[in-house]
Design a protein around this ligand. Structure first.
Ligand code: PEP
Ligand code: MN
Length: 365
């Protein structure tokens, strides 16, 4: 367990937050009309928490940087007209004060801000004495400690209604995602702080609308608590993140298609699960037996190489093994990257065994 965090469930007046918690709205509030019309359509589709970026952290100067405080009265109108709760991103103390002034119900800290402890501390200090719900996005870089550090800073300012937002991580590798989901990081966050709600942001993970359904489903299958999805009355015309926003109608469809599986096996019939687990146990035993046999053969190869004065590492042979196993992996419907990782480890251990045998032979001389 993590060092003492004082957390309590997120609550909003008169709204029971049930899984999946849904937050939706445009990437950015652009005009009063676009904000209100999007909100009206979302409210009609049952969304209870509205999001809109007012201050936008942009990668390059000159891009649309948000309408600023000017947009906060629009959000206030959304709240008055539709009864939805309103949320914005804050990146400094000024944003916090402005948001509070206009009755914002919930704030989130963006990925670029979470990566900066000075900024997080400034926000924490500005929030002192006001226990509003705060959601903390993961930092842009895949650093769980930095994410937890931001959660701790906000918590130490007396904020107890905290949630995390998983929005994926920057990577220079080519990927189908805008931000690599790296699911093992939010899974580890859940293990470290089990009582912390985790909301997935399929929009910023995907970067394109077509992936939002499957990323949302994956989040639900991993038992995360909710989804924050960007929606816009006319996504193609959005001033920021146009390719990843969906219409309120499309959002409704995505939510309707979600399959919510049981969060725990508690009362499910155990027969089939027990049966499946037995099969896994049997296969693992066979895997271990095969690995044992493979290592025994590696040792025999080590002995042969020693006797014939051949180096242990034969680069061409290693390349052959890897290419062959990768191709076989694909033929067998396995993820080739996973299989390469497994064979790299196996190969490393084989080399180790061979070198131990050669050393033994040498000393025995
Ligand atoms: C956003 O939610 O619009 C946003 C800027 O997200 P992130 O901080 O995840 O990039
Ligand atoms: Mn966005």
């Amino acid at each position: 367990m993590e060092q003492a965090l004082n957390l309590e469930p997120i609550t909003l007046p008169g709204l029971e937050l049930k899984r999946p918690i849904i937050i939706s709205g445009p990437c950015s509030a652009e005009t009063e009309e676009q904000t209100l019309e999007t909100a009206r359509q979302l409210a009609a589709n049952g969304v209870k928490i509205f999001r809109a970026g007012i201050w936008k952290p942009r990668t390059r100067p000159g891009a649309f940087e948000g309408v600023g405080t000017l947009g906060l009265p629009w959000l206030k109108r959304v709240k008055e007209e539709t009864g939805m709760f309103i949320s914005v991103e804050v990146a400094n103390a000024h944003h916090v004060f402005e948001a509070l002034k206009f009755g914002v119900d919930l704030i989130w800290i963006g990925a670029r801000t979470t990566a900066n402890p000075f900024a997080v501390q400034e926000i924490a200090d500005a929030l002192k004495g006001c226990n509003m719900p705060v959601l903390i996005k993961n930092p842009v870089n895949p650093d769980l400690e930095l994410w937890i550090g931001a959660i701790e800073r906000i918590n130490r300012a007396g904020i107890t209604k905290i949630g995390a937002i998983h929005r994926g991580f920057s990577t220079y590798d080519k990927s189908e995602f805008r931000n690599d989901p790296n699911w093992q990081i939010p899974i580890e966050l859940r293990r470290r702080i089990p009582q912390l709600p985790i909301i997935t942001d399929p929009s910023h993970i995907s970067g394109k609308r077509d992936l939002i359904q499957s990323v949302s489903q994956e989040a639900m299958d991993l038992n995360f608590d909710g989804l924050i999805i960007e929606s816009h009355m006319c996504p193609e015309k959005a001033w920021s993140d146009a390719s990843q926003q969906v219409t309120p109608e499309h959002l409704k469809e995505i939510l309707k298609n979600l399959v919510l599986r049981r969060p725990s096996i508690g009362d499910t019939p155990r027969v089939t699960l027990d049966e499946l687990r037995k099969q896994i146990d049997k296969l693992d035993t066979q895997l271990l037996q095969i690995l044992h046999e493979r290592m025994t053969i590696s040792e025999a190869i080590g002995k042969y190489k020693y006797e014939n004065n051949i180096t242990i590492l034969q680069t061409r042979r290693y390349d052959e093994i890897m290419n062959n196993r990768k191709a076989r992996a694909i033929e067998n419907g396995l993820n080739p990257e996973f299989v390469v990782k497994v064979f790299e480890d196996i190969h490393e251990e084989s080399i180790q065994r061979q070198s131990t045998i050669m050393n033994k032979e040498l000393q025995g001389k």
